[in-house]
Design a protein around this ligand. Structure first.
Ligand code: FO1
Length: 326
């Protein structure tokens, strides 16, 4: 069974760990897992930022580290056993910005990526090379090889301006009201090699509980991807439980686009032409969304077994609905 998962960072990566378990994809083995895994991840690259001459891809790295066993578990991003000597030295040189938590181990990933990009390799080839080491057990594709960056229009005492998503997210903790969220470059971006083929060949598409605006939304914003997904059976897992995001600050992003922070509103926002099924938590039992099959079950990814059960339920609903489509 081939499954495509458009994913963002922390929530998406944790869900993918459960999906691998549900499909019996065991721990990293020898050989390059990216080609023979039944799971293809279309990773969000809108979070990407260039700092200190390095190209940093937070959501691709979060998926790669989480599934490859290198993630800082409690943080959900960055490497385990990390140190910040390079960051301290950059500060000592007066380098800006100082708000980005650049870890020493993580810096090696960004150096490999910067070197390969400078040599002319596309991001998809870089990602495959990095996954040769981490063996995430899924095929990890960037949503595009073109540069697409999420920027946020804000206004404060410094005036009205657009800042990079990372500055809004990390420095301002998304507390600065966002007037607009813009995917800079999306209109001319093309799906990365293999993305449309993976979608066409998929038996099911699952939208994990990633941020529906800046993660899943960014992937859907690459021209051609959403249209390709509409033809498939798509089941989403709500990132909102009982009116609040489980983790992260999706509510700040939803407010920026005028969408209520609720499981029903997010499903309506994603669209009944895209979504066939929508898993919501028991706190949201009984909600109905026109044209979408809503099922409720516990959705807190509280431990590996719970996460695997959620992933299993998403796959089972996709199978049920795809048989209905046949
Ligand atoms: N998130 C933070 O809240 N603070 C940080 O200092 C930080 C640094 C960082 C470094 C590398 C990386 O891959 C991710 C990092 N993140 C940090 C998370 C980042 O903001 C991502 O955009 C989130 O994953 C949101 O999707």
């Amino acid at each position: 069974m081939r499954i495509v998962v458009p994913a963002g960072g922390i929530g998406g990566a944790r869900f993918l760990r459960g999906l691998k378990a549900a499909l019996g994809i065991d721990a990293p083995t020898t050989g390059n897992q990216s080609t023979d895994s039944p799971i293809t991840v279309i990773g969000n690259t809108g979070d990407d930022i260039t700092l200190f001459g390095l190209r940093i891809c937070p959501d691709l790295d979060t998926v790669m580290y989480t599934l490859g066993g290198g993630i800082n578990e409690e943080q959900g991003w960055g490497r385990a056993d990390e140190s910040f000597t390079v960051k301290e030295e950059l500060v000592a040189y007066g380098m800006r910005p100082t708000w980005f938590g650049l870890g020493d181990r993580d810096t090696a990933t960004h150096i490999v990526r910067a070197q390969m990009l400078a040599a002319g390799y596309p991001l998809s080839a870089v990602t495959e090379a990095l996954c040769d080491r981490w063996k995430p057990g899924v095929r990890l594709l960037p949503m595009t090889d073109d540069q697409v960056e999420t920027h946020v229009v804000v206004e404060d005492e410094e005036g009205r301006r657009a800042i990079h998503f990372q500055e809004w997210w990390i420095r301002h903790r998304a507390a600065l009201p966002a007037e607009q969220i813009v995917s800079v470059g999306a209109e001319s971006a093309k799906p990365a090699p293999g993305v449309l083929a993976a979608i066409a060949e998929a038996d099911a598409v699952i939208l994990p509980p990633s941020n529906p605006v800046v993660s899943v939304g960014s992937v859907l914003g690459v021209p051609g991807i959403r249209d390709a997904l509409v033809d498939k059976t798509v089941v989403g897992v709500s990132p909102i439980i009982g009116g609040a995001p489980v983790r992260g600050m999706a509510d700040a992003c939803l407010a920026a686009i005028g969408v209520e922070t609720s499981a029903a509103a997010v499903a309506e926002h994603l669209g009944s032409d895209l979504l066939d099924g929508w898993l919501v938590d028991e706190a949201d039992t009984g909600i109905e969304v026109e044209g979408i099959e809503v099922r409720s079950r516990p959705l807190y990814m509280s431990d590996p077994a719970a996460t695997e059960a959620i992933a299993r339920a998403a796959v089972d609903l996709a199978v049920e609905l795809s048989e209905g489509r046949a």
